[in-house]
Design a protein around this ligand. Structure first.
Ligand code: CP3
Length: 344
């Protein structure tokens, strides 16, 4: 009998001797082999849409470190592009999109059924990966949370406080809701195609969830995550779902139960002790070593890695960083973290 993969066991609620490990942005600029393949592709978006090369960069950190999971190489902003928004990346600055602030902008977007033409290379990347990954490695597919994706679509770029999205939400609720609904429905179709192509787990990245307060958090972070999760599980009953409502703070409590996700990923605004007490009793948690340790390394990295492992050892846990690894990280520190987790 084939042994069940470690990540799937943790997601099913099993408490393992050592937690499985992967890292957000594990295929990224801190790796020389990533930079070489990205140069070969030309630019970031060309890399995302080149199935062979996107599969290659997904596999690089698996070959180098033997992580327990591979995450599909793509971006949360490919979905708005597939819906008809213009998208480009400015080197050193980040994404730029055509903006949505009025009905006529919204009307220019296509329908959910139209997204697959643009996104088919992403599904092909998943198909290649499901053939090429080692048998013990889990393949994670993903999409952005509708609110986070909407913040980029409304502002046309990243913003420190998501101001333009809050403004549209408060001033033109009907249009804002239409956008969130369109994103929710198209995310379900996008993720379903990833699963059909071979993704074994899906993750919803809602990086700006923490800027939603009170009822807005429920309406625009929790409800869309619940809707996506319920529909995905109706279509694929055994599919595990991870949600990352980043910087949710107190609102991490009960998020798993309210949405039906199998695992709540936590960032560094909460301590592992707090997570063990308030979130882990209700299901698997993922996180939450500070990404900066991958830059600074040394004894602090060892001590903090051990702390995360020890504190979250009594319940189901997937070891990860609190946010993505940064381009200035030292690849040797990643190995030191992995060795520390596996020997803790
Ligand atoms: O985790 C992974 O490695 C999987 C692939 C992945 C990427 N982006 C690749 C990427 C995933 C899951 C994402 C998610 C994503 N993209 C989020 C949510 C998670 C988070 O980090 O908060 C957001 C907000 C985006 C949008 C985005 N993409 C921004 C703001 C940027 C620019 C900032 C940056 O780091 O350069 C990107 C670019 C991007 N997405 C890179 C990678 C590897 C860097 C591109 C490069 O090679 O220059």
């Amino acid at each position: 009998m084939v042994e069940k993969k470690k990540i799937l066991r943790a997601l099913a609620g099993e408490v393992l001797d050592t937690p499985p490990i992967w890292m957000m942005r594990q295929a990224g600029r801190y790796l020389p082999e990533y930079r070489a393949t990205r140069a070969q592709a030309g630019d970031f978006l060309s890399l995302c849409y080149n199935s062979e090369l996107a599969a290659e960069v997904t596999l690089q950190p698996i070959r180098r470190y033997g992580f327990d999971a591979a995450i599909l190489f793509a971006d949360i902003l490919l979905l708005p592009q597939a819906l008809g928004a213009d998208l480009w990346f400015v080197t050193g600055e980040g994404p730029r999109l055509s903006t949505i602030t009025k009905y006529t902008d919204f009307a220019k977007l296509g329908c959910t059924e139209d997204i697959h033409k643009t996104l088919s290379p992403v599904y092909e990347t998943v198909r290649i990966l499901s053939k090429e990954l080692p048998k013990e490695t889990t393949l994670i597919g993903f999409a952005g949370g509708p609110w986070t994706v909407a913040t980029y679509m409304i502002a046309g770029q990243g913003t420190p406080d998501q101001g333009p999205a809050h403004k549209l939400k408060d001033e033109n609720r009907t249009l804002f809701r239409k956008l969130i609904n369109t994103l929710t429905l198209s995310t379900i179709e996008y993720l379903s195609h990833q699963v059909e192509a071979g993704a074994e787990v899906i993750k919803i990245f809602d990086s700006w969830a923490g800027s939603l307060k009170g009822q807005d958090f429920i309406d625009f972070a929790l409800e869309p995550a619940k809707c996506i999760t319920q529909e995905m599980k109706a279509r694929y009953p055994h599919l595990p779902v991870i949600a990352f409502p980043r910087e949710a703070g107190d609102k991490y409590i009960g998020f798993g139960k309210a949405t039906g996700v199998d695992c709540v990923a936590v960032d560094n605004s909460v301590s592992p002790e707090w997570v063990a007490e308030h979130v882990q009793p209700y299901g698997c948690v993922q996180g939450n070593l500070k990404s900066s340790h991958m830059v600074t390394g040394g004894q602090d990295l060892i001590d903090e890695t051990k702390r995360v492992v020890q504190v979250l050892r009594k319940g189901p846990h997937i070891f990860n960083l609190g946010h993505g690894i940064t381009p200035d990280a030292n690849p040797d520190n990643v190995q030191l973290m992995i060795d520390t987790v596996r020997n803790s």
